[in-house]
Structures are given as structure tokens and as C-alpha cells.
Design a protein around this ligand. Structure first.
Ligand code: SF4
Length: 407
């Protein structure tokens, strides 16, 4: 089960105080600490630097060495300050572990087959109306469960500007694409100016209705959400922000301020949580996280089954864990706090939502459901269009056509 669910009190005005820093950075002036560029410049990227901040376990040392070439680590001082003992949910998302060296026959390098669905470089077009733009290889923190770890952290995968022009040309000749996800890596790793150039170019394409920024910066580097950034992007609405909080320990005053700033500037924020074994795979943790998100005007949107990426077998949960969480939350939180539990099917099959099976039996148009308390209730379904009991079918009374109740 996950670590301590939360230290976040319900309804607290948690924007007023800063979260504690690791003692190493206690003397750093506040204006430097809150400067996202300083945070990026001072990321921890070597075992030597990490050993000065935390006592590593033998398994972590083995993981760092074993993943140095395939998927190295990087951690901002801010996110590092949230790290606690070996079971800490932040630590397990940020520091490599020997378990990452275990692969199963089902693990894939590109589980969503994004490279196969790429009509031009750095664009993935899997669904008719949506496309994903790979804007950068960089992220403030390299999450150990990352689906796109084949690319992130690899500076050689940084796309040149000419590739963006190919993307814009493709989108101009493919008007079916109405929704563009700007992803990566983390697009907020780019400068304000470069990000605005990309968003402006997309907004200039008449058929593009929605632009989504997929970013984990509110979680790992909330200082990046500056007033200047949101003011710069505000003219290009509708802009959505898909973010990626996984645990209440990430719900700090700084993260809350970042979400508030985005919402105040008119960004529509949604969270995509990835279900991770031993990190957030229990209803209390998800409920605490989602309540905090709702208080900060960020809708818990998806709860994603962890993709079968190489090196993540130890983090994946059984599918039943996800449906049980959704089942437990239903009735405890409103629909606003209830995410869709989704599997992104390997091989490019797309997202499939899973819901607890509430339909117990059917007879004709009589449907019997079991509610969250386990009690059964009957619902009489509407007739099919043009069938008996409809005006198209010539009958006056819908009731006349009903099957007798099953109970
Ligand atoms: S921020 Fe996103 S793209 Fe970057 S490592 Fe984390 S999950 Fe992967």
C-alpha cells in the first residue's frame, strides 16, 4: 500500500507557506529558490551529488549504475526536498532502483506505438481528431515510470526547428486534427519565448481548436508557472493544461500556487494520475489527492494504468486494483473527483476506459444495477429509436410496451 496518505489538511489555505527545503539549500535566497532556471541549473544528476543529500540503499545504488545509460535520473532541488525515507512516494518516482533492471517478456520500449503512428517527425497521430507534438526531450525530473523514457533525457532527441515546420504543414493539410497536445519531455522546459512561438504557430492553424500543454512542471518544478508565463500564453486560449500529480506528498503550497495561477489565467487544468504499485494504489491516497486537486481547480481526469514500459514492471498494479479504487471512490466523492480509469492498449490500441461492472442482469428493457452499497435497483430503459412505444413506432404509450419487472 502507499505511504502516508497526506499531510494536507482539508480546506487549508496552503498557498501562504513554502514547503520545507532540504538543509543543503536552507541558505539559498528565496528569489533564487523560486527561480525555475536556478532550479534547473542545480538539478541533481550524479550519484555523488545524491549521496550528499540522502543515504542511498544498496538497491538504489545498483539502479543508478544499471540505468546510467538507458534512463539516467535528474531531480530538482525543490522535488528533492520532498524526498524522505526509502518507501517515500516521491523518492520512488525519482531515484532509480534495482527493480528497474528486471524486465518481463511483455515490456516494450514504445508501448503506445507512437513511432509507428508518426506521419512526420515529432508528431504522433493516433486518433482522428488529436495529435501529439513532441516538443522537447527535457524534463525537470525524469520520472521512473515514464512511458517516453526512450526519448527523454537524451539530448540527441531534441527536435530542430525545421521539424516543427513539417508539423505545422501537416496540421494545415490535415484539418481533421482539432486538438494538439504539446508534450515531450516537458514542453515547459522550453523558454517562455520558444513556447509562445510554438503555441502561436499552432493557434494560427484554423482547424486547431484546442491546444493542450502536457506538463509535470506544476509537480516537479512549480516555480516554472510564473505570472509572466501565464500572461504570455493567455492570448492563445483555449489552452488546456494536462498535469500529472501522483501522490498527496506532491501537493505543496508551491504546487497549489502554480495551479491557482493557471486557473486564474483561464487555463483549464486536468490531472492524469498514473497508478503505481506501493505509491498511490489505494483509495484513501487517491481520494486525498483528488480532493486537493479539486480545491485548486484541477479536475482529476484520468487514472492511468502504468504502461508496460521496460523497467517499470515493479511499479505496475493489477488492473483490478484500479477498478477497486474507482469502485471505492464512487459514492465517497462527487463525479468531479472521480477519474476515468484507463488502459492505453499496447501496440497503439488507444485508451480504453474500465468501469466497475454495476449491471447485474437484464430482461428486455428492464436493467438491474447494484449501487455502491450493494443494493439492487431496476431501471427501465428507453426504447430504441423507431421501435414500439415511440412516436416513430406509432404507439401512444411507452408504458404499454414495458416488459414486466424482473423482481
Ligand atoms: S515529466 Fe513526463 S515526459 Fe518527463 S520523465 Fe516525467 S513522465 Fe516522462
Amino acid at each position: 500500500m502507499a505511504g502516508a496518505a497526506a499531510s494536507i489538511s482539508e480546506g487549508a489555505s496552503d498557498e501562504r507557506v513554502a514547503s520545507p527545503r532540504h538543509p543543503t539549500w536552507s541558505e539559498v535566497p528565496a528569489e533564487q529558490w523560486s527561480d525555475w532556471r536556478w532550479q534547473l541549473r542545480n538539478r541533481i544528476t550524479t550519484q555523488e551529488a545524491l549521496e550528499r543529500l540522502v543515504e542511498l540503499t544498496p538497491e538504489e545504488r545498483e539502479g543508478i549504475a544499471g540505468r546510467a545509460d538507458s534512463f539516467p535520473f535528474a531531480i530538482t532541488p525543490y522535488y528533492m526536498s520532498l524526498v524522505q525515507g526509502p518507501g517515500c512516494p516521491v523518492r520512488r518516482q525519482a531515484i532509480p532502483h534495482a527493480d528497474e533492471l528486471v524486465t518481463t517478456p511483455w515490456d516494450l520500449v514504445d508501448p503506445l506505438a507512437e513511432e509507428e503512428h508518426s506521419p512526420v517527425p515529432i508528431l504522433s497521430h493516433r486518433y482522428p481528431d488529436r495529435a501529439l507534438l513532441y516538443a522537447t526531450h527535457n524534463c525537470p525530473v525524469y520520472c521512473r515510470h515514464c512511458t517516453r523514457q526512450r526519448k527523454v533525457g537524451d539530448a540527441s532527441s531534441s527536435p530542430p526547428r525545421a521539424m516543427f515546420e513539417q508539423v505545422y504543414a501537416y496540421l494545415r493539410r490535415t484539418p481533421a486534427v482539432r486538438d494538439v497536445l504539446v508534450s515531450g519531455g516537458d514542453p515547459l522546459s522550453l523558454s517562455d519565448q520558444r513556447l509562445e512561438e510554438i503555441v502561436r504557430a499552432l493557434r494560427a492553424i484554423p482547424s486547431v481548436e484546442i491546444i493542450r500543454l502536457c506538463t509535470r512542471n506544476p509537480v516537479t518544478l512549480p516555480q516554472r508557472i510564473t505570472a509572466a508565463l501565464v500572461e504570455r500564453l493567455r492570448p492563445y486560449h483555449p489552452l488546456y493544461v494536462n498535469t500529472h500529480f501522483n501522490h498527496p506528498r506532491e501537493c505543496t503550497p508551491e504546487a497549489g500556487l502554480a495551479l491557482t495561477r493557471l486557473a486564474d489565467a483561464g487555463f483549464v487544468c486536468g490531472n492524469q494520475m498514473v497508478l503505481l504499485r506501493g505509491i498511490n494504489d489505494d483509495p484513501a491516497t487517491v481520494e486525498t489527492l483528488n480532493r486537493w486537486l479539486l480545491r485548486h481547480r484541477c479536475r482529476p481526469y484520468y487514472m492511468l494504468q502504468c504502461d508496460p514500459v521496460v523497467g517499470t514492471a515493479h511499479l505496475r498494479t493489477p488492473v483490478a486494483a484500479g477498478t477497486e479504487i474507482v469502485d471505492a471512490l464512487r459514492g465517497r466523492v462527487s463525479g468531479l473527483g472521480l477519474p476515468h480509469f484507463v488502459i492505453d492498449l499496447p501496440g497503439g490500441g488507444g485508451k480504453t476506459a474500465l468501469t466497475p461492472d454495476r449491471l447485474v442482469r437484464t430482461r428486455g428493457r428492464s436493467l438491474v444495477f447494484r449501487n455502491v452499497e450493494g443494493r439492487e435497483f431496476e431501471y427501465v430503459d428507453a426504447p430504441m429509436r423507431g421501435g414500439p412505444g415511440t412516436s416513430e413506432g406509432g404507439a401512444r404509450s411507452v408504458a404499454r410496451d414495458l416488459e414486466p419487472p424482473t423482481r
